[in-house]
Every structure is written in C-alpha cells, then in structure tokens.
Design a binder for this molecule. Structure first.
Ligand SMILES: *Cc1c(COP(=O)(O)O)cnc(C)c1O
Length: 357
C-alpha cells in the first residue's frame, strides 16, 4: 500500500538559495560556514543542495546521519556536533573528521582510537560561556588543553562555543569577545596558533549583519539559518532567504458543522489534561489526518490565514474551516513549520518525504 499524505515537501532550490544568502553574509569576512543537517536527519538530497550552494563542510549531531552523509559524499569533511559518548568513539573517528569535545577522558579514547585507525582526528574544544549546555568552564581550559596537546592521533583545531540553546544566552560582542581572548591567551601560553574559532550557530548571524562579530571568529555552524532562512535570536528572515523551504501537507477526513464547546461533563483528555473551551458558537470543523505522531501541533503554521487550529490528538488535527467554504473532505491543507515542527515531521515515520527542484 502506498500512502502519500501527510507529506513534507522540501524545495531543494530554496535550500540552495538560503545557503547562498548565508554565504553572502559570511564570505566577505572570511568566515567558514559548516552546514548543519540534523533537523532533516542528514538527508543527502538536502545536504547536496547545501553543497551546491557553496558549502564545503557538513555537520550533524548523530552518527547515524554522518554515516549517510559519509556514503553520499566520501570526500566532504564531516563534523560531529554532539559530544561523542564513550561508546561512540570508534564510529566518531571512522565517520567524522572533526568532533566537538569537552572531556579529557573522551579525548584520550579518541586519541587511542585514532592511532588504531591510523588517522589524525581533529577536535574543537567547547567552552561554556554561560549557556550551560556543553563546554569547559573557562578557568579549567588551560589544564585541559595542556593534557590534550600531549595526546597522539588528535589535533586541536581551536575553541568553539554554543549559545542560545539551553540557556537562551544571546551571542554578543562580549561573550564571543571572551572566546577570542581565551584563544589568544592559550595561543600565547602554548606557543601555537589555532586555525579555527567556531563562534556558534544561527543565533550568531545577527552579529554579522550589525558587524559586531569579533574578527578572529572564523567559523559558524549553521542549521536553521539555511533550513528556514532566518537567524534565531528574533527569528527574522535573512536578506535574500525564504522561510517556506519545507511545506507539510495533510488531508481533510471530515468537515462538519459542530458546536465549539463539547457536550457533557469535561474530564481529562487523551494526554491527561483537563481542556478548557471558549464558546464561539457553531463552526465548520475539519478533521485532518495529522496528529502528534506526525508533528507537534505547536510547530504548525497554517499557510491559509482564513483557517485556525483548534486542537490535536495523537492522529488528528482539528481546524476551523468556517472561513474557507470550498475546503471539503479530501482537500489538502498546507503548513509552514517552526524548527520544532520541522524536526518532528522529518523524524516521524508516518510523514512521507518528497523533494522538488
Ligand atoms: C544544532 C547545532 C548547531 C546548529 O544550530 P542552528 O541553530 O540550527 O544553526 C550548531 N552547533 C551545535 C553544537 C549544534 O548542536
């Protein structure tokens, strides 16, 4: 049986266009953009559009995705974004040219494994500048670098930071300036030059636009900026980029006139919440074949402004069709997606993936 809806349609030309829009911002400053593929599970067709747009390196948080990318692009440098676990050291060295790290014991294991595989594995040491996800606290950096420099089989490319993820800390001239200062101090202390200063994700893009990115920062790891064409502090579109690279399409299973408030005593719903309702009278309500198993409902943005999302359960989305009388059973409703919506739809086995050029 071939089931084609719901489907997520990726416009590969728009991925390429968004890649070019990011490069217009970074290239004049000599900043390398590493293309982050995790939100679309490392899908090679989308990654290829990024490469066609001008990127040289790809990055993902999952080794499974790096494996797909490695097969599709044997000569493209790959980066592992999530700190490697001790159980992942062999695959990390085998699949990734570079990984982000913060633990000496893992660096020791990577060193041993790289020597065993006859490779030099490059690492970026992550610094925690206050976002409180991964990274070494600045005071402990010098000691870690000293120990890591002594390890055979690995090469320290430089320092990196990730902000605006857990703590929502906004990248700034100050905190990225601190990363530059730490790099300069370490370079002096150990008498070497680190080739890479990896200054974060799509939340660092506004600093490029208002020209406050500290000069020594020479790499950004960009996912959402390309996938959805926007920076992630205020989520504004980048110049020349488009926000509708991905469109989710689902079909209407039922369209009936019904009241807006349920009838009977209200207890818990399917998710253990006691729902509340506002009486908006009778509505023409559409039930879509799209539920939480396909996409988180708060990640959905209706493309037709006449429609409204009323609610969702595991397999159904209820929308108000009152203003769109032409929509009926079998009609297709289209959505743009937030980052969370995109991640959910791409990850769901129930959502068909389709690519257009
Ligand atoms: C996901 C991720 C990125 C990319 O983030 P975007 O906001 O999608 O640009 C960069 N670096 C790390 C470590 C990540 O985990």
């Amino acid at each position: 049986m071939h089931v084609s809806l719901p489907e997520i349609v990726t416009d590969l030309n728009k991925i390429r266009q968004n890649t070019e829009a990011v490069l217009v911002l970074t290239q004049p400053l000599g900043i390398e953009v590493v293309g982050v593929t995790k939100v679309f599970l490392g899908e090679p067709q989308i990654a290829e559009a990024m490469l066609q747009g001008g990127l040289r390196m790809l990055a993902d948080s999952r080794l499974e995705n790096l494996e797909k990318l490695r097969q599709a692009f044997p000569h493209t440098p790959l980066m592992l974004l999530r700190l490697p676990g001790i159980s992942q050291v062999e695959a990390t060295v085998r699949l990734a040219d570079v990984s982000l790290n913060s633990e000496l014991s893992i660096l020791e294991a990577l060193s041993q494994e790289a020597s065993r595989q006859g490779k030099t594995h490059r690492v970026i040491i992550m610094v925690d500048l206050g976002d409180l996800r991964e990274g070494v606290w600045p005071e402990n950096l010098s000691e870690l670098i000293k120990d890591a420099l002594a390890l055979p089989g690995i090469r320290i490319d430089g320092l990196g930071v990730n902000l605006a993820c857990y703590g929502g800390v906004v990248p700034s001239e100050t905190n990225l300036g601190q990363l530059v200062e730490l790099t300069v101090e370490l370079e002096k202390e150990f008498g070497l030059a680190f080739p890479v200063l990896s200054g974060g994700n799509s939340a660092s893009l506004p600093l490029l636009m208002n020209k406050t990115l500290p000069v020594k920062v020479n790499q950004l790891r960009i996912g959402e900026g390309i996938a959805l064409g926007r920076e992630t502090v205020k989520r504004e579109l980048l110049p020349g980029a488009t926000g509708d690279t991905f469109i989710l399409r689902a079909e209407i299973l039922e369209a009936h006139e019904k009241p807006s408030v349920p009838i009977g005593e209200i207890g818990q719903d399917a998710f253990g919440e006691v729902p509340e309702f506002k009486d908006e009278g009778w509505q023409r309500r559409g039930i879509l074949a799209l539920g939480r198993q396909d996409v988180p409902p708060d990640g959905l943005l209706l493309r037709d402004p006449r429609l409204k999302i009323i609610g969702a359960s595991s397999d159904h989305l209820i929308i108000d069709l009152s203003q769109a009388p032409e929509l009926k059973v079998g009609s297709v409703v289209e959505f743009n997606l937030t980052y969370g919506g995109l991640l959910g739809a791409m990850t769901s086995p129930y959502v068909e993936k389709r690519y257009i050029k």
